[in-house]
Design a protein around this ligand. Structure first.
Ligand code: G3P
Ligand code: MG
Length: 245
């Protein structure tokens, strides 16, 4: 039986600043199977890795990602908000990340942050970057925005896509499939045995976010979800050993 894959959510984001190289490095050393990253576009249309649409929570800057050029964005300190030990961290471009990640034998989830701002052509820009780095066969592209999913599916129907949702809906898996999603990424509170069964009955992988508590991990492992996103990949790897062999 297939194991539930463990994706480090924004890297090992409990012990290092989210979406930075140290967080990814620690996650890659944890035994996690994959990484999850959040992608947006700068003013000069460079894909960068950051979760919020505004830079103020995770850097020493203010204002929106879309109003920064890459050069301006690179000057921001993306680590000190977490701890002064990480004051040399800067925001990574997707290209920098992929150069580092490509040689590793891990899988990847790129979340397109298009639920608040619909960055024009982000789908094609990110798709081309993944293709350039030969990453398409081990990447799932996800979004809360169904337009993004449909656009990716139209660019390349073979690429793995996931509809992200925290909202209950009748026949959610069929709804996602109808819009071009090949998998479903759901908030933990939506998870139940029936949903897993329904997804698996149409061969659709189901992955769950953000699973940090041991009890929640246990439920995901017991239900044989296809993946979990966790801020604590080290702990998840240990728990999986207990509940899945
Ligand atoms: O992709 C899973 C999860 O990252 C979705 O929510 O807000 O943490 O990006 P968020
Ligand atoms: Mg995310």
């Amino acid at each position: 039986m297939k194991k539930t894959l463990i994706y480090a959510h924004r890297g090992a984001s409990k012990i290092a600043p989210e979406n930075t190289l140290p967080a990814y490095q620690l996650a890659s050393e944890s035994g996690a199977d994959g990484l999850e990253i959040d992608v947006q576009l700068t003013k000069d249309r460079v894909p960068v890795i950051i979760h919020d649409e505004s830079v103020h929570r995770t850097t020493n800057g203010t204002g929106f990602v879309q109003d920064y050029t890459l050069e301006q964005m690179k000057k921001l300190d993306a680590g000190s908000w977490f701890s002064t030990n990480f004051s040399d961290c800067s925001i990574l471009t997707l290209d920098e990340f992929l150069c580092w990640f490509q040689p590793l034998s891990m899988v990847l989830n790129v979340e397109l942050k298009t639920n608040v701002i619909e960055y024009k052509d982000i789908e094609l820009i990110v798709y081309n970057a993944l293709k350039h780095h030969q990453m398409l066969d081990r990447t799932v592209l996800s979004s809360f925005n169904l337009n993004s999913i449909t656009k990716i599916h139209d660019i390349d129907p073979n690429v793995q896509t996931a509809f992200l949702t925290s909202t209950k809906r009748y026949n959610l898996e069929k709804f996602a499939k109808h819009h071009g999603a090949s998998s479903l990424h759901v908030k933990y509170r939506l998870l139940d045995k029936r949903l897993v069964k329904q997804c698996h009955s149409i061969s659709m992988p189901i992955r769950v976010y953000t699973v940090n508590r041991p009890l929640y991990m246990q439920k995901c492992f017991k239900l044989r979800c296809d993946g979990i996103f966790t801020d604590v990949p080290h702990e998840a790897v240990e728990y999986r050993q207990k509940f899945q062999n």
